[in-house]
Each structure stands twice: as structure tokens, then as C-alpha cells.
Ligand binder design. Sequence first.
Ligand code: 2OP
Length: 314
Amino acid sequence: MKVSIIGGGGLVGSCTAFALQMGRIVREIALVDANAELAAGQALDLLHGASVAADQVITSGGYEHIPTSDLVCITAGLRRKPDESRLDLINRNVDLFLGILEQTTAAGLKPGAVVLVVSNPVDVLAYLAAERLDLPTNQVLGLGTQLDTIRFRSLIAERLTLASTQVTALILGEHGDSMVPIWSSATAGGLPLEKYPGWCPKLADELFTRTKGSGAEVIKKKGGAGFAVGLAIGEVIESIALDRRRVLPVSSVQRGCYGLRDVAISVPTVVGHGGVVATHEIDLWPKEVQALRKSGQVLRQTIDTVLARVGAAR
Ligand code: 2OP
């Protein structure tokens, strides 16, 4: 599989490339960036490690890589300021993103190509990509709350001194302020998380609040997230590359799952060859479904605001 990372010169794009290199699954990684020298530097740095990593083609360049790409990952975008919500980014990033979509379309996508949107606000931009790219809807997805979910699990594990890989806890909804913690299915070592010694509602609230604020917390400390985002993206891309059909909380345009329609939002999604294989409307607590629908409304209102400014797809 050839993966082109638009924005590959930046922190998120280069960390994604490193995660794919260490994943040793994709065959070719192309870093595409407006700053060609930076992308070339990132690619060279990765290439230097290839002899102890994997037999891959690692390169950089422009949109000439798009027609031969099996997956295009769009990470380019302006970063949030520490006190700025993701949705505040919308106007600054939408114009940039629409330009990327136009250049991607002009360059020509393979009919079976998958487009994975990471740029923020990811759910709104994933919706615009699905609306504007000439691809089947299932081939366009957003990273969604996949990143929030892995942060959630890691922070829970750290607080309870559990093995991080044995905590399963899900975040669904918007990758943003209206994201929803799914406590109804949270487990550690296969056992209900709420039964663990030391677990209490106060701790649950603290951990979710910290998860929701993790993006801003990292931005404040180091300017922006990279490592965890790259790993989150790597899991999605490798599930597609190997047709693993992992159930992941990624964002795609919904057609009725949990009553959600005409909005790109994260629900339990089977991710495999071609992108979205299926979504699962698995029973949640009523208050979780209610919060998920509220999150969908928040996103739909933002999409309407954006479309009022930029117009619907021609
Ligand atoms: C984050 O949460 C970049 O939105 C991403 O860090």
C-alpha cells in the first residue's frame, strides 16, 4: 500500500510517517507538503532509519504522488491556540482544506483510494471531503475520536496503574468539546472498570475531563500533539492496509446509526479494505445515546454555518 501524507512536513504528518515506518506494514510513504524542503528533510530523516526498520519506499514531493496512492492522509492545517476550541479553527482551516481537496481532485485519485482526514475540525472537514471528493462515501473517513479514545485508555491505565493495553474505554461523537465517554462498555483486563478498586464517579469525571482537554494540554506544553496522533492514525491505516476490520471510533458520514444522519461523527466502525466496511449501533446507556445525538446536532449546526459561507458542493 502506498500512503501519501499531505502535510507530511509537519509534526502530525511526520509522526504519522514514523508510526507507519515502525508499523512495517505499508510499502510506500510519501510526504507531501507545501514546504517541500521540510518534507524532504523529514523523508530523509526517516530514510536514514530504514535499514533497521522496514523495507519501504520513503519519499517526498507534491501532488504528483496522489494518482498512485492507495490512501491519502490529510494532516495539513493551522494549529489551535491553547485557549481556542477546535471549532474556532473552522474558518481558518476550511479555506486551506478546500484548496487541498481541489488540488487532490485535480491530481486524480485512484478509484479505490481511501482519504483519511486528520486536519481539524476533523468531523466538519471529513464531511466536506465526503461531499466534494468523487469517491464513494465509505472511502472517506476522519480520525474522529480514535485519538481521544487512545488517550482516554492511557490516562485511565496510568491513574489505576493498570496495563495500558488492557484498558478498553471508548470515546464517541465529536472530536471536540461535545465528545462522549462510553462508560457502559469500559473494561480493564476484561473486567468491568467500575468494579476496580479505587474507581468512583469522581475519578471517572476527572479522567474524562482530562482526556477532553488533552489536545489543549499538549499544545500548551509543547505546541501540538504528534506521537499519539501518529499512533492513532497508524492503527486506522494498518486496519485498512491489512483489511483487519478492527472496530474503531472513526468519523464518517452517518446514515442512521444511533439516529445520526448527514453528519460525519465517530461511531463504532469496522475499518478494513476500502475504509468504512460497516458501522455498529451497539446498545449504549440512554444518556450516552442522548449525548451522542447532541454531539451530532452541534456538528450539523457547524456544517450548516460553513456551507452558508462556502456553499454546498457544485
Ligand atoms: C488533538 O486533539 C490535534 O486535535 C488533535 O491533539
